[in-house]
Ligand binder design. Structure first.
Ligand code: A2P
Length: 351
């Protein structure tokens, strides 16, 4: 059996990666519809050697579509997801629009695949930094409970979209030319600079991106007691996010034990050469599927804590790949139809 798929936001950074992943992985695509705003209508994009014309999303866009991979921002998802579901499609939504809705599963296939079974038409793809963190932390949390996570992120321009990536290059060029860089997409010049993540700040002083890591991790782990705090920072890296993660366990976890667990964990690759001071780097995570984990060490300030350093491609595992893996999970387990609870054994899809 093959499926009719639509990409909403096909012309964006994540959209391009979705096209690439649909072509390179074995998702049985019978028909692919590319949707974006009216600005892009008429453009054509390549899929498996064929040109497909991008259409402006409309009421008719979702007729006869089985799976919608949406990556066009929260307001676009809010405007179209219900219409797509009413037309009989399952929406795998990359925006933050529905993530915290109780009836919408928030899924990282390596962590909580079973949650996808009980969707009611919409499945949410978590925030990119949260996906990368949960892939690395979940296998450890399974063996010895993690009580508290303290994270600092180093987030690339790609998280702000394709235009932000372009802007960083232009800013860098301006600086090299001795000019003063300007910022339009990003709030401040990012080239040769960094700034705390510019999402809205709440009454506690946490920005939205930081609160996503707190709240989404709890939902994905199905653990309302896990304590999470984060400082999110945008750095002048084009693509792939990095995170310094401190984990406080209920009982001590040795470095050796953590390495053994992570070496077998799905979606994780340990990258460590202590003699060469070689650890995960965004340029090496770029374009790759696994979350790279390194600098796994005992926290000298706390006997129950470990330090990790991770890098992962924000557009791939942090967005498009996770969404495609969710689609694969639905197909393999025959979970495309909305249901109020499917308790069949799950087939886990590894990245
Ligand atoms: P368009 O290229 O027509 O603006 P990125 O995250 O890289 O900025 O990409 C955002 C994606 O979301 C693009 O494909 C963009 O299409 C799409 N998009 C943005 N706003 C809308 C909208 N109102 N309706 C449909 N697609 C939208």
């Amino acid at each position: 059996k093959s499926y009719r798929v639509a990409i909403l936001g096909a012309t964006g950074a994540v959209g391009a990666e979705l096209l690439d992943l649909l072509a390179s992985r074995n998702l049985p695509v019978a028909d692919l519809k590319l949707l974006a705003s009216s600005r892009s209508a008429g453009k054509s994009l390549q899929f498996q050697g064929e040109n497909i014309v991008v259409e402006s999303v409309s009421d008719r866009s979702f007729n006869n579509i089985d799976i919608v991979l949406a990556s066009a921002g929260g307001s676009t998802s809010k405007a179209w997801a219900a219409k797509a579901v009413a037309s009989g499609a399952v929406v795998i939504d990359n925006s933050s629009a529905f993530r915290m809705e109780p009836r919408v599963p928030l899924v990282v296939p390596e962590v909580n695949p079973q949650a996808a079974a009980s969707h009611q038409g919409i499945i949410a793809n978590p925030n990119c930094t949260t996906i990368l963190m949960t892939v690395a932390v979940w296998p450890l949390h399974q063996v010895k409970r993690v009580q508290r996570i303290v994270a600092a992120t180093y987030q690339s321009a790609s998280g702000a979209g394709a235009r932000a990536m372009e802007e960083v290059k232009i800013q860098a060029q301006a600086i090299l030319n001795g000019e003063t860089p300007t910022a339009e997409v990003l709030p401040y010049p990012l080239a040769f600079n960094l700034f705390p993540h510019n999402s809205p700040i709440n009454e506690l002083g946490y920005c939205e991106e930081e609160m996503k890591m707190v709240n989404e991790t709890r939902k994905i782990f199905d653990d309302q007691n896990i304590r999470v705090t984060a400082t999110c920072v945008r750095v002048p890296v084009l693509r792939a996010h990095s995170e310094a993660i401190n984990l406080e366990f209920e009982t001590p976890m040795s470095v050796q034990e953590a390495k053994e667990i992570l070496s077998k964990a799905p979606g994780v690759q340990i990258v460590e050469d202590w003699k060469a001071n070689y650890f995960p780097m965004p340029i090496e995570a770029t374009g790759r599927d696994p979350v790279l984990v390194g600098r796994i060490r005992q926290d000298i300030s706390h006997s129950h804590s470990l330090e990790l350093w991770i890098c992962g491609d924000q557009i791939r595992k942090g967005a498009a790949l996770n969404a495609v893996q969710i689609a694969e999970l639905l197909i393999k387990n025959d979970w495309l139809q909305p249901t109020s609870g499917n308790q069949q054994p799950v087939t886990i899809v590894n990245s």
